[in-house]
Design a protein around this ligand. Sequence first.
Ligand SMILES: Cc1cc2nc3c(=O)[nH]c(=O)nc-3n(C[C@H](O)[C@H](O)[C@H](O)COP(=O)(O)OP(=O)(O)OC[C@H]3O[C@@H](n4cnc5c(N)ncnc54)[C@H](O)[C@@H]3O)c2cc1C
Length: 372
Amino acid sequence: MNTVIVVGAGIIGAACAAALASRGLHVTIIEPGCIGGGATAAGMGHLVVMDDNAAELALSSYSLELWRKLVASNPGGHEYSGCGTIWVATDEEEMAAARLKRDCLLAHGIACEMLDAATLETAEPALRKGLAGGLLVNGDALVYPPKSAQILLDQALANGATLIRGEVSALVPGGVQLTDGRTCIASETVIANGIGAAALLPELPLRYKKGHLLITERYPDLIRHQLVELGYIKSAHASDGDSVAFNLQPRPTGQILIGSSRQFDVRDKAVETAMLSKMLQHAKQFVPELGSLKALRSWTGFRAASPDGLPLIGPHPERAHVWLACGHEGLGITTSLATAELLADQLCGQSCAIAPAPYLPSRLNLSLKSAA
Ligand SMILES: Cc1cc2nc3c(=O)[nH]c(=O)nc-3n(C[C@H](O)[C@H](O)[C@H](O)COP(=O)(O)OP(=O)(O)OC[C@H]3O[C@@H](n4cnc5c(N)ncnc54)[C@H](O)[C@@H]3O)c2cc1C
């Protein structure tokens, strides 16, 4: 029987472990901390179809199909809500961008509809008046990511996987070494430890991208959909510096989750008041009432950003029997299940439901010599 080590039990490692164990492989998953406690616990849990490019659209829409199947038997366990996303347009230029997005999504069979200013106002009365409209993507949803990670890990354990509590310090021939001196041996090793992958494999071109979030007390029905500004793509993704974008989520508890910020190469986990305040000021321009809500808690997390914004899924081009499932940046909750299927299909020599080529690590320069 093939034996596989999965390093890390965030949403990606847990999903990979579940997919590999369901194929009959003997899986050992290694995690020093909480299950789903890394970037997974810091994330918003928005399951969102993103269409910056064809590969992102293929991966996110395939993953959303898998999420619908996963949550169907236990929506409460995942704190699942099929709230949909409204991409909010502030002006006519953004309405034009919304129409382009609609055309692209519809061409790929993803249900969505344009909202004019009046319909947007009825759908989301808390938004400020005078917005141009938006695009409603009905199939988007949200989960509570650490719970989903635990459910996926439990699936893996039910299929015979083993959880080892420990931290991997190095890859050794045929397996991994732990910081406590133990060695774990297997025929294949999957690197799924988020931004920690860059420390284990210095050749990986992953950058820290810090994000802040803030959650309020309960204000049920203040908003009904995940709300994201259409300027999100230009403000959150295109820049190399610090940025904030309006991103608001109605938690099933009635709380409001407010995001989000992005800072490249910042490794200090502390909440930065200036960044939080910038994020809130920006969000208040869309929902003025936010200013009078009571905040409960704020926190930060580290996204693992790859040079081209796509995750690394597949065999390491230079290290035999080492597989990568990392670099998911701000979309790892959404794309976890598709990542796990693509990884497991490749590792088992099976055909994949979507073309794996755009996500193969071999597209990047992962030369061991240049890393050394
Ligand atoms: C503020 C913010 C908001 C976000 N919002 C969303 C969203 O709404 N939707 C979405 O799809 N994505 C979102 N994301 C992105 C998403 O959270 C990440 O892409 C995803 O959680 C990455 O999962 P992961 O399993 O790769 O990493 P992690 O969750 O970080 O898990 C890695 C695990 O590996 C373990 N580990 C690390 N090093 C080692 C080692 N040496 N040995 C063993 N174990 C190790 C860690 O303890 C950790 O548990 C957001 C991220 C942030 C920061």
